[in-house]
Design a protein around this ligand. Structure first.
Ligand code: NAI
Length: 421
């Protein structure tokens, strides 16, 4: 097996570091492409790799257990001859010696390496370690929050991004007050722009969630357990459960002495290859040269899966530029929000389908005359059309016109399988 960018030749042993979606996708792709050598997967969590999207929704709501959301059943790893090391974090990488050091002290040799360590939540700056203050990234986090939620009276969520919005929607079903504190003008405003972000704020308010924007937390009060959240305008909000969802940082600490280039993620070329031969990266941890978007790091589910596959192919000597149209979805209450492309920093936007009042629509986003993104709320089919327009790199005007054409309209009127069109 030829190592993608390694002039030294053949690999017989691949180690995947990171036991989540990107890592599992990479391991699976290696086998699907006929790689017959050893594949080892190392993860810091003790559980079998599981799916993260349900954590902020069904798992938090108590509707599903994490064991019901495994990415693959345990037998699959045996069948695929993927050697699992779980509950042991990678702590260093020796590129020259071709080994990964683990917290247990073990050193794992590799010929090819997939870096898929994901990202970790950012802590609230200066906040003391009080009981009742949580971030949400892992199954253990979700289970701990779920337990607290059962008895919580006042839930305060710091950050109105994807985590904050989804947790608020789940918590709103409980017998407690729920407040979102968002630093910007509206939840998810940075990603989806003011118009739709304000609709989302209203969606939360309609479900009894208080949304405070331009809110800056100055202090968490409490002795051992959190009691209140202080804001810069002098307000003190009672709180017995605080969830911090103010973003994540790529998990690159273990690579700090490796010599790999790191800058808000592991730097990769367009084919997910780092500068070191036989070492690739994928998922939240990877910052790569997207063929059309430039240097990007994408933190979404679909990207983790597809980039894991792409990185594996590069390792097997089949590199190809990885240039997806980004896609993310978020379920909040009975609304499904889907975003393709990158609507952040758009300088124009137009509604092309449905209506804002019904919270059932598609909006297109443009920048400098080009289509850069689209957002659909409870509409799926027209978004597919937007995705192909984005892949074609069309102008904003042409995209708007295409949406007004009979073809996109009639496709969008056919009901989808779940009632979401
Ligand atoms: P995020 O980046 O989506 O949102 C963070 C939010 O917190 C932003 O709205 C920001 O303006 C706000 N913020 C930042 N600092 C603040 C402060 N000090 N006080 C108040 N607000 C502040 O990050 P989030 O929600 O933590 O999600 C983490 C990761 O998980 C993201 O990569 C996200 O894409 C991913 N995720 C994706 C989901 C999905 O695809 N549906 C669901 C849940 C999480």
């Amino acid at each position: 097996m030829i190592v993608g960018n390694d002039p030294t030749g053949r690999i017989q042993r691949v180690v995947v570091v990171g036991g989540s979606l990107a890592g599992v996708a990479a391991a699976e792709e290696l086998r699907q492409r006929g790689f017959g050598g050893d594949v080892a997967l190392v993860g810091d969590e003790a559980l079998l790799p599981y799916d993260r999207p349900p954590l902020s929704k069904a798992v938090l709501a108590g509707e599903r257990e994490v064991t019901e959301t495994l990415l693959r059943p345990s037998e699959w790893y045996d069948e695929q001859q993927i050697d699992l090391t779980l509950g042991d974090a990678a702590v260093d990488l020796d590129v020259g010696g071709r080994t990964v050091g683990l917290a247990s002290g073990a050193r794992v040799p590799f010929e090819g390496l997939v870096i898929a360590t994901g990202a970790a939540p950012i802590a609230l700056p200066g906040a003391p370690p009080l009981d009742g203050v949580h971030t949400l990234r892992t199954a253990a986090d979700a289970e701990a929050i779920r337990e607290r939620l059962a008895t919580a009276r006042n839930v305060v969520i710091v950050g109105g991004g994807f985590i904050g919005a989804e947790v608020a929607a789940t918590a709103a079903g409980h017998d407690c007050t729920v407040t979102i504190l968002e630093a910007l003008g509206a939840p998810m405003e940075r990603v989806i722009g003011t118009t739709v972000a304000e609709l989302c704020a209203d969606l939360h308010r309609g479900h009894g969630v208080a949304v405070r924007t331009g809110a800056l937390v100055t202090r968490l009060h409490g002795e051992s357990a959190v009691r209140a959240v202080a804001l810069d305008d002098g307000t003190n909000l009672d709180a017995d459960l605080v969830i911090i969802g103010i973003g994540v940082r790529p998990s690159v600490g273990w690579l700090s002495n490796s010599g790999l280039a790191i800058a808000d993620g592991v730097l990769c070329d367009s084919c997910c290859r780092t500068g070191a031969g036989g070492i690739v990266a994928a998922g939240d941890v990877a910052r790569w040269e997207h063929p059309t978007l430039g240097s990007v790091r994408i933190e979404h589910w679909e990207n983790a899966s597809r980039q894991g596959q792409s990185a594996a192919r590069a390792l097997l000597g089949e590199p190809e530029p990885y240039g997806p149209v980004p896609y993310v979805w978020s379920d909040q209450y009975d609304r499904k929000i889907q975003i393709v492309g990158d609507p952040s920093e758009a300088d124009e936007m137009t509604l092309v389908d449905g209506s804002y009042e019904e919270l059932r629509f598609v909006a297109l986003y443009g920048r400098a005359g080009r289509l850069v993104g689209a957002l659909a709320m409870n509409r799926s089919r027209p978004l597919r059309a937007a995705r192909s327009l984005l892949a074609d790199g069309v102008s904003f005007a042409d995209a708007t016109e295409a949406f007004n054409s009979t073809e996109v309209k009639s496709a969008s009127r056919r009901p989808g399988p779940t009632g979401v069109q």
